[in-house]
Design a protein. Structure first.
Length: 95
């Protein structure tokens, strides 16, 4: 029996989760949608050997920052490729 193929996931730190849930509902919804897109599209990029969205914050390509311009937000995250997870360290909203 073959194990089911597993996709990429997103896990928010306590700080990022608190920020996300403190935002106005339309902003929270948009950022939640973006995080789902990150798991799907960013994971596919990493699987193909490309870099995920955003600007690298380190020399080894683990920590990134990405702007979500339509809601004036910035997300800092780490790529944990061995378990196919994007760890959201922080979310900053300028609104």
């Amino acid at each position: 029996m073959n194990a089911p193929k597993r996709g990429w996931t997103v896990f928010c730190s306590e700080v990022a989760g608190e920020v996300l849930h403190s935002l106005p509902k339309p902003i929270e919804s948009r950022l939640t949608d973006y995080l789902c897109e990150l798991a799907r599209l960013g994971g596919a990029l990493v699987d193909s050997g490309a870099s995920p969205p955003g600007k690298p914050l380190d020399a080894v390509g683990i920590e990134y920052t990405v702007s979500v311009d339509d809601v004036d937000a910035c997300i800092e995250y780490m790529v944990i490729a061995d378990i196919k997870e994007f760890y959201i360290a922080d979310i900053v909203w300028a609104g």
